[in-house]
Structure formats: structure tokens, C-alpha cells
Design a protein around this ligand. Structure first.
Ligand SMILES: CC(C)(COP(=O)(O)OP(=O)(O)OC[C@H]1O[C@@H](n2cnc3c(N)ncnc32)[C@H](O)[C@@H]1OP(=O)(O)O)[C@@H](O)C(=O)NCCC(=O)NCCS
Length: 406
């Protein structure tokens, strides 16, 4: 449905009404403390907010950060980090989201961002706008005290201070971006929101954030949610916010640390990559119950620029017909891939594969499998072996991963 209420960019002074509307749409009551933390973020130069008003009321919101994303091979690509999307309960299913999405993605193109990224609250919303789940994540629930293969020295892990976070952790995070595609920039204000500020009203009944590190090599941040039920055994939960390491020994030491915290019974770790080391570190992998987590979605706004920005696992070619019902990326493209880069151009050749732009976005960073999508009838193959060939070209050493939500 086309909306009759056009979206507008938010102007200076309109951030408060925008923020209140976003929180209402996500069923949260905006406290003064939350608003005071959030308003500076909305006023930052890298944030572009759109809204739909009905009289004085803000009934639709959409925002995008100008950011960048790592791609296989270590490159970085400008990206729009879409966020704060919502429509008032009273104004749903009248095309407001569609109108804001069109305006916001047009603006991303104007800003030279060939891709838009987002975390979705519900998986069914965004594929129709061309977003594909490009970087899957998993959730682990790991029993406390699970035995580790070849344990490393616990003493490597030290408690960390905010000064350590500010000084050392961003470099560790950048190493992750060199190693993995799909990792979004974390700028200084985002570091502050995610790992430095620790407001009491956002702890959800858990402790303040605990910070540990293997200096210069890795870090972990977690909270402990105590079990208040009278019980024979302590049953607190370690809520692992983030664990990143630049080498295998530091990674093992950090996992050993968080999996053996006194007065707890398990670790819950969200937004972990599918190729997480932890399940291989455990002697009994069944002590980790791993389930599907929320993926990072990618919307290719310039298919050729996205594929030419990344490196490839092998040399080879494949021709793909792309269907883009909501923007202008439809066409048949020929990908010529080389380990050091690739060339992707529109072609008059017959396609070997046909897929919608959300499926191509899902495949872009090597985190999904064309042969699996073929088996699920999410793409069509016209030349035998073409899906498997595309998988060989797009294969990556490490799965794409962004360890935080924006
Ligand atoms: C999701 C939300 C933004 C949709 O807004 P909306 O203005 O009702 O959406 P539109 O009317 O523009 O719908 C566009 C299309 O998406 C579909 N759609 C919208 N919300 C959907 C949902 N939750 N699940 C599946 N499809 C959805 C519509 O049916 C429509 O499809 P069509 O064009 O094929 O008919 C709104 O329901 C909302 O604010 N939800 C709560 C907050 C939220 O989940 N935000 C998203 C955060 S990532």
C-alpha cells in the first residue's frame, strides 16, 4: 500500500519527539535518563533520521548511521546502518514503513553507500525490501564447569578497567574486522554506549558489567544475573555481552574464565559467530546448547560495487540474473573473481543462476551457501554446478560477524 503521508528528515530540535516515538513503538517507557543518553546520539552528524507526522504526533521513524562494513580480504565499504525503524500501532499497514524505507535508501545511495545493513526484530519484515540475512549468528547456553580440551593458563586473564577498554580494546576489535567480513565500525560514541557507560536502569536485574582481558590480545564483557530463588545450588547466569581475541590461546583463556565463574550455573552468549571456537574447545560439545540467533541483514544498493569490494577464494566466473522488485538493481551480472579482487558487470549473456536481490545479499559475504539456498528453492539454477561454483568463489576463512547491535 502506498502511504499518503510522506516522510521528512528530522530537523534539529525534533530529536526528543523522534526518540519518544521510537521507544513507544518498541513498547518501552522512555525515562529521562534514557532520553538524555540517547539524544546526543540522534544529534550526531553521522545520524540521519526520517519521520512521518500525523498532525503533531510522530507516527513513523527511520534512522541510518553513516558507517562502514568490513568485507572478505580486509577491505572496508561505506554502509548505511539502518536503525530506529517503527510505526505507531495506530498507523500500521498503511505503507509508512515502505515510504520511509524508499526515502532512507535513496539517501544512502546519494551518500555513496552501496549497502544498507540492519538487525531485524522480526525476520519476515525486510526481505521484501531486498534485505538478506548475510551474517548469521548463534546463541550458546553453556553449562558452568564444562571441561576444556588442552586448557590454557587461567592466569592469563586479568580484570580490566575502563581505561583499558578505551586504550586497548578498539585495536583488538579492528583486528577482528581485518579477519572477518560483515563487521560494522564501532565508533567512539558506540564504544561508550556498549562497553563504557553502564547505567543501572539498563542492567535488567543483573550486576554491573564485568570487564576482563588478556592484555592486548583479547577481552570479554559480561554481567551476572543472580538466581534469587532459594535453591540448594547457586544458579546465577553469566550473560556474556562480548568476547573477542586475536589469538587462539587468549580466546581459550577467556572462554575458560567465563565458563567457570563461582556461584553461577551457566553462560548465555548472544550474537556469536557460527564458527565460534567455543564449541570446539569443549571436551563435550553437548554441554553447549547452541541455537539460531538473529542475523545481520544486508541490502545491496549497488550490486557491482559490493562484489567488486571483496576478495575471492578462487579464480572463476559465474553469471547471475538478479531480480530487484523495489529498486534498480535488476539485471544479469557476470562475476569474474580472483583471489585479490573481482569484477562484476551487467552482461547480455544467459544467466546460470537467477535469484532475488535479498538472496544475493545473503550470499555476498560468504556467510551463506548457494547450494543450500538452491535446495530450498530460494534461487534457480540453469547450468549444472553453477551454485556450487559460486560457493567456491565466495568461500571465506572466517564467517562474517558483527558482535554488537546498532
Ligand atoms: C514493522 C513495522 C515498522 C511495519 O510498519 P508498517 O508501516 O505497518 O509497514 P508497511 O505498511 O509499510 O508495510 C510494508 C510491507 O511490509 C509488510 N509487513 C509490515 N510489517 C510486517 C511484519 N511485522 N511481518 C511481516 N510483514 C510485515 C506489510 O504487510 C507490507 O507488505 P506488502 O507491501 O506486501 O503489502 C511496524 O509494524 C512496527 O513498528 N513494528 C514494531 C517495531 C518494529 O518491529 N520495528 C522494526 C525494527 S527492526
Amino acid at each position: 500500500m502506498a502511504s499518503t503521508m510522506p516522510p521528512d528528515r528530522i530537523e534539529p530540535g525534533e530529536e526528543l519527539a523522534f526518540a519518544r516515538a521510537v521507544m513507544r513503538q518498541f513498547h518501552e517507557d522512555a525515562t529521562e535518563a534514557q532520553l538524555s543518553r540517547w539524544l546526543p546520539v540522534l544529534r550526531r552528524g553521522d545520524f540521519r533520521g526520517w519521520q512521518v507526522r500525523d498532525g503533531d504526533e510522530v507516527v513513523g521513524t527511520y534512522g541510518a548511521y553513516a558507517t562502514s562494513v568490513s568485507v572478505p580480504g580486509g577491505g572496508r565499504l561505506p554502509a548505511a546502518g539502518v536503525t530506529t525503524v517503527g510505526v505507531a500501532q495506530t498507523h500500521r499497514r498503511r505503507g509508512l514503513l515502505r515510504a520511509m524505507m524508499d526515502a532512507g535508501l535513496d539517501e544512502a545511495v546519494e551518500h555513496g553507500e552501496p549497502v544498507a545493513l540492519l538487525w531485524a526484530s522480526e525476520s519476515a519484515i525486510y526481505p521484501r525490501f531486498g534485505f538478506g540475512a548475510a551474517a548469521p549468528s548463534v546463541v550458546h547456553r553453556i553449562d558452568r564447569g564444562a571441561a576444556f580440551h588442552d586448557p590454557v593458563d587461567h592466569a592469563l586473564v586479568r580484570s580490566a578497567t575502563i581505561a583499558d577498554v578505551e586504550r586497548d580494546w578498539p585495536a583488538i576489535f579492528e583486528r577482528l574486522r581485518d579477519e572477518r567480513g560483515g563487521c560494522v565500525t564501532r565508533n567512539e560514541p558506540q564504544w561508550r554506549l556498549d562497553l563504557i557507560e553502564d547505567p543501572e536502569d539498563e542492567r535488567g536485574g543483573a550486576t554491573g558489567r564485568r570487564l576482563v582481558h588478556v592484555p592486548g590480545r583479547g577481552y570479554a564483557a559480561y554481567r551476572v544475573k543472580p538466581d534469587r530463588e532459594p535453591a540448594l545450588l547457586p544458579g546465577g547466569e553469566v550473560l556474556l555481552q562480548e568476547l573477542i581475541a586475536t589469538d587462539a590461546q587468549a580466546e581459550a583463556a577467556l572462554w575458560q574464565h567465563v565458563c567457570d565463574i563461582d556461584l553461577t550455573s551457566r553462560v548465555v552468549a548472544w550474537l556469536r559467530p557460527p564458527d565460534d571456537a567455543v564449541t570446539e574447545l569443549l571436551v563435550d560439545p553437548l554441554r553447549a546448547r547452541t541455537s539460531v540467533g538473529t542475523p545481520l541483514y544486508a541490502r545491496l544498493l549497488d550490486v557491482a560495487a559490493c562484489f567488486e569490494a571483496r576478495a575471492y577464494a578462487a579464480e572463476g566466473q559465474v553469471t547471475v540474473a538478479v531480480e530487484d522488485p523495489t529498486r534498480d538493481q535488476s539485471g544479469t551480472y557476470r562475476l569474474e573473481a580472483h583471489p585479490e579482487g573481482g569484477r562484476m558487470r551487467r552482461t547480455g549473456d544467459a544467466p546460470e543462476l537467477t535469484m532475488t536481490v535479498d538472496v544475493l545479499g545473503a550470499l555476498w559475504l560468504g556467510g551463506r551457501c548457494a547450494t543450500q539456498l538452491l535446495a530450498a528453492r530460494r534461487l534457480r539454477q540453469h547450468a549444472a554446478g553453477a551454485a556450487a561454483r559460486l560457493d567456491r568463489l565466495l568461500a571465506v576463512d572466517r564467517a562474517p560477524w558483527t558482535p554488537f547491535e546498532f
